[in-house]
Every structure is written in structure tokens, then in C-alpha cells.
Write a protein that binds this ligand. Structure first.
Ligand SMILES: C[S@@+](CC[C@H](N)C(=O)[O-])C[C@H]1O[C@@H](n2cnc3c(N)ncnc32)[C@H](O)[C@@H]1O
Ligand code: SF4
Length: 449
């Protein structure tokens, strides 16, 4: 049961801090010309870049989904999309030259709907235009319902090394309520297809806070997930944002667990996964002790980006496809989220950047502080300030905001070090938000637990 002293805090909402500043701060003053200039600066730069390719198509839209995607029965939109994506890759490469690439991530939507010959062409294009390192991680998000032995073999042959499967929940009643029919046998078959194809890494996504979930059903889901032994499991809190995603209006709100019950569901899943041999990583990931993400967390090398926790240390991220976000040391850029707007720009040989954000020195400092809290639950503000050439006093107002959390022993402050105490780690987003000077009125965020 949720400790009484946490029950007020778990009702709060805060950003997920997959970036700082977060997306609501992006504005139209950063457009295609700025993106062009920022890309040119990457040309010849030391270090590596990551590529994120967004595939905004699914066969049907799940009721709970908050991703930028749309349903298509036919492959035609995927073919047109792949043609444009190749064009966009060409536009970027023309500015950057053969960037060294250490990570490639295909997200969505459902990237495994791309017909294999188109996927191969896209990967060949990427390899032809960029200097993809031989040890690069090449990851893809997969809907297990569309994974076959042949598709797994083709992906592995194209060089994909890590697969992330959308599992969500194994309970039939929950699956009905979320519009995601997916028997255990389907996930098991996808796992064995990926293992037969020699995938080096396997992740599962689970969600807590879904309609009709109970302690016993989520325990069962976590146990069954662990029985398939993926290397990593992400346990996301269901983000119910029906004002932003109309498909979520199909979710029966009266069947949704309240905030205290969400906390209990998350704790039950956490305990079950830990009992099955998984270690917690950050606020919502679990990994086997030998896994690279777990090792990075232990050694203070864990990072956080738009895909969540990662071992990726690249300075630059190139986002491709509708809604994709990119990052360089200069700031963030985001493509048009509507497929039509993105397509029109790319067809005209232009970048589809519609908004972004130019980082200030203060943003870079706060970004480091927030990432440290989200990844390791602790930060030395003195060290952070000095490494950015300022005095730790810049944080005086932020520390004042933390005082109530310190009084309740959720946060400890020793010298310049701020540490989130063990039983308050699920509240890391609230602690991080004390350092967020952009957090303003207007933007609505999901519940912290
Ligand atoms: C692009 S999907 C994964 C691949 C594939 N489309 C699938 O569903 O299997 C990304 C993940 O986001 C998570 N997700 C989507 N909508 C969510 C929401 N409203 N709240 C929390 N997690 C969500 C799900 O766990 C999902 O697996
Ligand atoms: S959860 Fe996955 S399959 Fe379902 S609509 Fe979202 S992106 Fe598509």
C-alpha cells in the first residue's frame, strides 16, 4: 500500500524530462534555415551522431496510444513514406557529409510494417551516406503481432541488433479495454523468432495504470514477461491525455485506477520484476544485471533522451520523419507532426522543421542537473555549476522550492549534493521540475506516478 506521506505527491503531474527544456518550450523561431545551419556545423565535427527514424503507421490504432501514428490497411502509404524518408536522409547528408553514426533507432508507429525491401533500401542509403560505426547499436520498435521468423531474419540481415516489443499487458480483460488483442503465445513466438535470428538485445514495454488492471493481474503480466527473459523491460505509467489523443476517448475513464492505485500497481510490478532477477534502472526501466544499460547506470554513464534511458552518448541526434525531434549542441528541432506538412516540405527539397529551441548556457547547465537526477537520483550542484563556469548560488531559488520535500525526507541536501531518497525515487520528475525554469502555465503533463 502507498505510504500516506506519498499520497498527495503521486497525484501531481510533471514532464517526463526526456529533454530539457521539454517540447512545450519549442517555438516557431527555429525553422528550416536554423536547422540547415546547425547541421552544417556538424560536418567534420568530432564525436558521433545518432539517427532516429519515425515510422508513423500502424495497422490499427490502440485505444491507449499516445504516439504520433495513423492506421493504414494498405502498404501504399508506407511506400510513399519510404521514398520521402530517403529524400530527407539525402537532404541531411548533403549538409553534414559522412557523419560518424553510433546509434540508429527506428520508432513509431510500427516500423516493422515497412516492406522488407524498402527497409533494406533505407538502411543501404544510411550506410552509403553516413559512416555507420561497425559497433553501432541498431534498434527497432516492433509490434509483436507482425513479427515472423522471416521478418526477424530480414531485420537481422539488415544489421538490426536490438528489438523492443510492445507487450503492454497480458490480461485479456485489460487487452479488450485498451483495444490491443495480443495473446501471450503471439509475444512468445515473436521472441523465439528474434532469438532464432540472433538479435543481441531484446526489450519489452509494459504499461501500468491501464483500465481493469489489478494487483494480481499486473503481477501475472510481470511474471509472464520475465518468463520470456528479455534483457530489458520498460514499465511506463499509462499517460491518459484524451484532450491530445482522441483515440483515448475510447478508454472507459471509470475503469482507470486512481493515483494511489497506480502507485500500488507500479510497486507490485516492480517487486515482481526484481524478484525475477531484474534490477531497476532510472524511474521506469528494469534490466538484467549484466545488461549494458544496467552497467551504465551502476557506473554513472546512463543517459536520457527522447527514447527514454539509453547508453547513447552522442552529442547530436538527427530526427527523420514526421514529428521527429533532433538535437545538437545548439538546441532542438522538430519536424512537422502532420504527415502532409512533412511530405510537402520534403517533396520541395526542404527541411520539415516547424519548431525548435536554441539552448542558452543556463539551459545546458539545468539540462545536466535534470538528467543527473532522472538517471542517478543525485546531483552535485557545485560540480555542475563549476563545469559550466558559474557559482552554485544560481540554484538558490530552486533549492528553496525543494524545502517541503526535504522536510518530508524525500530529498536530502548535503553541502551542494541533492539526493532523492530511495522511497521517493518514483517522484524524481517532481524533484527535477524544481530546476525547470521553463515549466509554465498552459502545458499539461501526465501524472508523475
Ligand atoms: C511505438 S510503440 C511500440 C511498437 C509498436 N507500435 C507496438 O505497439 O507494439 C511505443 C510504446 O509506447 C508506449 N505507449 C504508447 N502509448 C502510451 C501511453 N498513452 N502511455 C504510456 N505508454 C504508452 C507503449 O508501451 C508502446 O509499446
Ligand atoms: S501502441 Fe503501437 S501499435 Fe498501438 S497504435 Fe500505438 S504505435 Fe501503433
Amino acid at each position: 500500500m502507498i505510504p500516506l506521506r506519498l499520497s498527495e505527491l503521486v497525484r501531481r503531474s510533471a514532464p517526463r524530462y526526456t529533454s530539457y527544456p521539454t517540447a512545450p518550450s519549442f517555438g516557431p523561431d527555429v525553422g528550416p534555415e536554423t536547422y540547415d545551419a546547425w547541421l552544417r556545423e556538424l560536418s567534420g565535427a568530432a564525436g558521433t551522431a545518432s539517427l532516429y527514424l519515425h515510422v508513423p503507421f500502424c495497422r490499427a490504432i490502440c485505444n491507449y496510444c499516445a504516439c504520433t501514428t495513423r492506421a493504414t490497411r494498405s502498404d501504399e502509404p508506407l511506400r510513399a513514406y519510404a521514398r520521402r524518408l530517403r529524400r530527407e536522409i539525402g537532404l541531411v547528408a548533403a549538409r553534414t557529409g559522412p557523419l560518424r553514426v553510433s546509434h540508429i533507432h527506428w520508432g513509431g508507429g510500427t516500423p516493422n510494417l515497412l516492406p522488407p525491401e524498402l527497409f533494406d533500401e533505407l538502411v543501404a542509403d544510411i550506410r552509403g551516406r553516413f559512416d555507420v560505426r561497425s559497433d553501432a547499436e541498431h534498434a527497432i520498435e516492433l509490434d509483436p503481432r507482425w513479427v515472423t521468423r522471416e521478418s526477424a531474419r530480414r531485420l537481422a540481415a539488415a544489421g538490426v541488433t536490438r528489438a523492443s516489443l510492445g507487450v503492454q499487458d497480458f490480461d485479456e480483460e485489460v487487452q479488450r479495454a485498451i483495444g490491443r488483442p495480443q495473446p501471450f503465445s503471439v509475444v512468445k513466438a515473436a521472441v523465439s523468432a528474434l532469438r532464432a535470428a540472433d538479435f543481441a538485445g531484446l526489450n519489452f514495454d509494459l504499461i501500468y495504470g491501464l483500465p481493469h488492471q489489478t494487483m494480481s493481474s499486473i503481477r501475472d503480466t510481470a511474471r509472464r514477461a520475465a518468463s520470456l527473459a528479455p534483457d530489458r523491460i520498460a514499465l511506463f505509467g499509462y499517460a491518459h491525455v484524451p484532450w491530445f489523443r482522441a483515440n483515448q476517448r475510447l478508454i472507459e475513464e471509470c475503469a482507470l485506477p486512481a493515483s494511489a492505485a497506480r502507485y500500488d500497481l507500479a510497486e507490485t510490478a516492480r517487486e515482481t520484476l526484481q524478484a525475477a532477477g531484474y534490477d531497476a534502472v532510472g524511474i521506469d526501466h528494469f534490466a538484467r544485471p549484466a545488461d549494458a544499460l544496467r552497467r551504465a547506470a551502476r557506473e554513472g554513464r546512463l543517459r536520457r533522451n527522447f527514447q527514454g534511458y539509453t547508453t547513447d552518448r552522442s552529442e547530436a541526434l538527427i530526427g527523420l520523419g514526421p514529428s521527429a525531434i533532433g538535437r545538437s549542441h545548439r538546441g532542438f528541432t522538430q519536424n512537422a507532426a502532420d504527415a502532409g506538412g512533412w511530405a510537402r516540405a520534403v517533396d520541395a527539397g526542404q527541411f520539415a522543421t516547424v519548431k525548435g529551441y536554441a539552448l542558452t548556457p543556463d539551459d545546458r547547465l539545468r539540462s545536466d542537473v535534470i538528467e543527473a537526477l532522472m538517471c542517478g537520483f543525485s546531483v552535485d550542484l557545485g560540480e555542475a555549476a563549476r563545469s559550466h563556469g558559474v557559482e552554485p548560488q544560481v540554484f538558490d531559488d530552486d533549492l528553496a522550492k525543494l524545502r517541503p520535500l526535504v522536510e518530508q525526507e524525500f530529498v536530502r541536501i548535503e553541502g551542494h549534493r541533492v539526493t532523492i531518497t530511495r522511497d521517493a525515487q518514483s517522484l524524481a520528475r517532481i524533484v527535477a521540475s524544481a530546476f525547470d525554469v521553463h515549466l509554465g502555465a498552459g502545458a499539461r503533463h501526465s501524472a508523475v506516478v
